[in-house]
Write a protein that binds this ligand. Structure first.
Ligand SMILES: [Zn+2]
Length: 309
């Protein structure tokens, strides 16, 4: 008929149905993509009148209504009932203080690097007292003044020490000097002190000053006659007492034995205070041992946590 079918693809069959008079014979090219891409053109009403080449119309296939699937129902998630806040199981708490820090910088830094909130009890007027206090505080470690106090054995207590021979004014001024030796200081514990802590009068003077400065006190309990906790209570100074000395015997077996005692005390009473020293044996033990604690159901806490109990 002299008309060349445009590249209509599968359109020609649809045309045969819609415009049978055209008798367009074009059955090739059934590309499935063609119908939608072929241009749609409206047909004149007198389409049956002649063999006029017509641009084919692409019928739009409209599915019957019955065939239209309803949109999938939106499934609302089941409302989750509000849950009551559940308390974490309270683990036994262990606080550790390392005394006698300040003489050696590398040793002090090793204490700072111990896992968890292990407190540094730093002696005043030592070469690295201030630097270690600064570094410990920056590392989030509790920082304490390890206050030298007179002992029963007559041992030297080092610079800044307090004795039972001091009258009140001297006692207070020496104490203030020691408290100002470095900063920050969050609390105090006694270095030695088996004679001085048994002196209630001087413990009262001590606690008055600590109260004014809002510092806490840890009684190292170097004597059973200590009056420190009673004086602290009277002055309303938060305080706690040492339960176990970790390293009176510096062998791994003894240190491990004392550590186990502290853990047992924490399990039994809910908390324990353990005091150690920066000996190589102690640090080596704690570096290895502390990461295991949580897995054993014991929480390493800062000593301040125990003050709030
Ligand atoms: Zn000490």
């Amino acid at each position: 008929m002299g008309w060349t079918c445009p590249p209509c693809g599968g359109v020609s069959r649809a045309l045969a149905l819609s415009f049978s008079l055209l008798l367009v014979a074009c059955s090739d090219d059934e590309s499935p993509e063609a119908p939608s891409s072929a241009p749609a053109t409206e047909q004149p009403a007198n389409a049956g009148a002649a063999v006029v080449p017509v641009v084919p119309v692409v019928p739009v296939e409209v599915p019957p209504l019955s065939a239209v699937e309803p949109p999938p129902a939106v499934i609302e998630p089941e409302p989750v009932p509000p849950t009551l806040p559940t308390e974490l199981p309270s683990l036994p708490q262990l606080a550790i203080i390392i005394d006698d820090v300040g003489q050696s910088l590398p040793v002090g830094r090793r204490v700072v690097a111990l896992p968890g909130p292990v407190a540094l009890a730093i002696l005043p007027f030592l070469p690295h007292s201030q630097l270690l206090a600064t570094e410990a505080a920056a590392a989030g470690k509790p920082v304490m003044l390890h206050l030298p106090m007179e002992n029963m054995a007559g041992l030297s207590i080092g610079p800044g020490g307090l004795t039972t021979a001091m009258p009140e004014a001297e006692f207070r001024s020496r104490l203030q000097l020691a408290l100002n030796a470095f900063s920050p200081i969050q609390g105090v514990n006694n270095h030695m002190g088996s004679r001085l802590t048994a002196d209630r009068q001087r413990m009262d003077w001590l606690m008055q000053v600590l109260g004014e400065r809002q510092l806490f006190f840890v009684d190292s309990r170097t004597t059973a006659q200590t009056q420190a906790a009673f004086a602290a209570e009277t002055a309303k100074v938060p305080s706690v007492s040492r339960d176990v000395f970790l390293d009176n015997q510096r062998t791994e077996a003894e240190i491990d034995h004392e550590f186990a005692l502290a853990v047992a005390k924490a399990r039994k009473d809910g908390a324990a205070v353990l005091i150690g020293h920066p000996y190589p044996e102690t640090l080596r033990y704690l570096e290895r041992r502390l990461p295991q604690l949580e897995g054993e159901g014991v929480r390493l806490v800062s000593v301040q946590v125990l003050l709030e109990r």
